[in-house]
Design a protein around this ligand. Structure first.
Ligand code: SF4
Length: 329
């Protein structure tokens, strides 16, 4: 993250939230812009070069405070599945992440009018008779941003009062201590994505190590948070079965199966247009040299490989007494 320079939309320059975030970043230079898209959507820019000098853009979202859930994600059994985008792009860099193909640049946009998102969600809740599921950490890793803006804290506080709302905060961050001041509530699930060490090293280089993430899971459980473990996306590496079996042995020697709410699993998949764009941007990961099958514009492994992976992993989880498994097929 390149914190010497920060872009700020002129309409929020004097807001208290802006001042608080600026105090934390302490940039040497501020560039005032009309709209975050001027920077985020720059054309003719080199994505990977910009990632090295990833900048922060402070902005205000004017509309689209939530979206209907994408069919690329598991709806976890909820009829009313939504997500919102409190920030765009991520401080981490996972090779398999669709964000590389979604925006022209990797610059991190933080929307500082979080309370407008909460207000819009209150209205959304009133429109439904049954519970709605809201995934917060979409298009970013929200917990990793908590030191800039207390997004998770404000949403968990809100969820305490809104029992018709179920929130999921998915993360690879190990910064659970940032939530120490918050009282856990049953309708918020912290969903920790874990990957085998070799996969983390190769495909998730900027993320915390597996041990750090397991440690974060343990802390979250001790604090009383509802925890989901997310093994998604799983990557079809050679020796897949041995690698994942060893991985589950390690994870479940440190985390008791009955202390987690559920597990979510899925294999690598991506919108094919994003995949093409990522290849064009020059990502040289072997992930982008694999021949995927494309169905309904989604690139993923062949049916046979996918079935083999999901079946193997489901069986391994059941052997470890994990039966609440959400499978993205
Ligand atoms: S942590 Fe999530 S959002 Fe961030 S780069 Fe990795 S996959 Fe993308």
């Amino acid at each position: 993250m390149y914190r010497h320079l920060v872009y700020i939309e002129k309409n929020i320059l004097n807001d208290n939230a802006t001042k608080r975030v600026l105090d934390k970043i302490n940039p040497q230079e501020i560039v005032i812009i009309d709209h975050y898209k001027e920077v985020l959507n720059q054309t003719n820019s080199h994505w990977h070069f910009n990632k090295k000098y990833q900048k922060i853009i402070l902005a205000k979202r004017e509309s689209e405070f939530y979206y209907k859930g994408s069919f690329l994600t598991s709806s976890l059994g909820y009829r009313h599945f939504y997500y919102n985008t409190l920030a765009l792009n991520c401080i981490f860099h996972c090779e398999y992440c669709y964000l590389q193909g979604m925006y022209n640049t990797p610059h991190l946009v933080l929307f500082l009018n979080n309370q407008d998102f909460i207000k819009a969600t209150k209205t959304l809740i009133k429109q439904h008779n049954d519970k709605i599921y809201l995934a917060l950490s979409y298009d970013t890793d929200l917990l990793a941003l908590e030191h800039y803006y207390p997004y998770c804290q404000e949403w968990i506080d809100f969820a305490q009062k809104e029992k018709k709302l179920q929130i999921e905060i998915r993360t690879k961050s190990h910064q659970v201590d940032r939530l120490n001041q918050i009282k856990p509530t049953d309708n918020v699930v912290l969903s920790f994505t874990l990957s085998p060490e070799s996969i983390q090293e190769q495909y998730e280089p900027l993320t915390p190590k597996l041990d750090q993430r397991i440690n974060a899971v343990q802390k979250a459980i001790q604090r009383g948070f509802k925890v989901m473990l997310c093994f998604d996306p799983m990557i079809y590496v050679s020796d897949f079965k041995r690698i994942y079996k060893d991985f589950f042995d390690k994870v479940f020697s440190k985390i008791q199966a009955n202390s987690i709410d559920s597990v979510s699993i899925g294999v690598f998949r991506m919108n094919n247009d994003f995949l093409k764009r990522i290849r064009k941007n020059g990502n040289r990961s072997d992930l982008y040299f694999y021949t995927y099958e494309v169905k309904n514009s989604i690139a993923t492994y062949s049916e046979d490989i996918k079935k083999e992976m999901l079946l193997f992993v489901s069986d391994e989880l059941k052997k470890r007494n994990i039966f609440r498994i959400h499978i993205y097929e």
